[in-house]
Design a protein around this ligand. Structure first.
Ligand SMILES: C[S@@+](CC[C@H](N)C(=O)[O-])C[C@H]1O[C@@H](n2cnc3c(N)ncnc32)[C@H](O)[C@@H]1O
Length: 337
């Protein structure tokens, strides 16, 4: 008896690893920057430039073309597509390549130890005996650059989804990298932001704020949200991709610490990839949640779960405004009575 569905979907899922590695290899070689602003290359020129044989050059260029990262014209010249021109050219404001490199350097090797994570219920991207958490100077060289790359693209959508004119001073809790602070300040001219993060992360983030020319509007406050009280004087607090890093008990602890720092009438904004309440998707949220297996002891929670914890902390959940960002699919707003 023939199967009632074809197996190609399974082959496509299996090929996800090939697709990712083609993107990562091309990003590492900086192919898209090389082809920016109307640049073109043949396979031969590309092979010569990167000192590789014709066969691997052709395989990589063909894979990138099939994936919509490059286009090939009738004469055999390769050039950037709009997506690679906008997001994969180094130095562009929404450059995504640093996130690709985090997945390649930091997460991809951990998947070789996935079974250990699954059986032992512990992360694999860092040594739990040697580090207190993922957020360690050991990954300082690339992790927050990668977060910026992912989050600048998400912050742009949050800026559309929520009207920050209602807010004067925003505390971005765990806002290291300052992607949200920078993007929101660029869009909302009266907004002042304080980024609260671990002291060494504040040091890493300072130069980026200076490069954006926003030292006058984005302040940094070093501290630990498990040990310190949060700075006060802000009418809203943002938690972006923080809570999925922690288990349920720690999520509630962080929400309570935030609730204490919010003045009456103030708001808490939780920006995350929410898993649907029926836990059937959506794929990006479910897969980021799965990825928390190798990264942390957290998972991506549902809006219903958050609403329960927010209520327990004395905040009134007001629902999720959905959007489609790479690092979040919505923002859950809660108000302190
Ligand atoms: C996944 S990153 C999210 C960064 C940023 N909110 C964004 O969305 O781009 C988590 C952040 O939480 C910060 N963090 C982790 N533990 C912390 C703690 N105990 N106190 C303060 N910040 C912490 C990390 O340093 C890191 O910047």
């Amino acid at each position: 008896m023939s199967p009632s569905v074809g197996p190609v979907t399974l082959m496509e899922l299996t090929s996800g690893v090939y697709a990712f590695k083609a993107l990562a290899m091309a990003t590492e070689l900086d192919v898209f920057t090389e082809l920016s602003n109307g640049g073109r290359t043949t396979t031969t020129t590309f092979a010569d430039r990167h000192r590789i044989a014709l066969r691997p050059a052709e395989l990589l260029l063909t894979a990138c073309t099939a994936l919509g990262l490059l286009r090939r014209d009738a004469e055999g010249f390769y050039s950037n597509t709009q997506m690679s021109e906008e997001y994969l050219v180094r130095g562009r404001p929404y450059y995504f390549g640093d996130w690709v490199m985090v997945v390649d350097r930091h997460e991809y090797p951990a998947y070789l130890k996935l079974a250990d994570s699954l059986r032992g219920n512990h992360p694999a991207t860092w040594d739990v005996e040697l580090q207190e958490s993922l957020f360690d100077p050991a990954v300082a060289e690339y992790f927050w650059e990668g977060m910026y790359s992912l989050s600048a693209n998400t912050a742009r959508l949050l800026a559309d989804a929520f009207d920050f004119r209602a807010i004067n001073r925003l505390l971005d809790v765990g806002g290291g990298g300052a992607a949200f602070g920078i993007e929101l300040c660029r869009r909302y001219f009266d907004l002042q932001v304080t980024v609260f993060d671990l002291p060494f992360v504040c040091d890493l983030t300072r130069p980026r704020i200076a490069r954006a020319g926003l030292e006058g509007r984005i302040g940094l406050a070093g501290g630990d949200f498990f040990a310190d009280t949060l700075p006060t004087g802000h009418d809203a607090l943002l938690l972006s991709n923080i809570l999925h890093d922690w288990d349920e008990a720690d999520v509630l602890r962080i929400i309570r610490v935030c609730a204490d720092a919010i003045p009456p009438g103030g708001r808490l904004l939780i920006c995350e990839s929410f898993v649907a309440d029926d836990k059937a998707g959506p794929p990006l949220a479910a897969l980021m949640s799965f990825n928390m297996l190798v990264e942390t002891w957290g998972r991506n929670y549902t809006a219903a779960e958050y609403s329960t914890w927010l209520s327990e902390a004395g905040l009134h959940p007001e629902g999720v405004t959905a959007f489609e960002g790479p690092g979040a699919n919505g923002v859950l707003i809660a108000r302190k009575p």
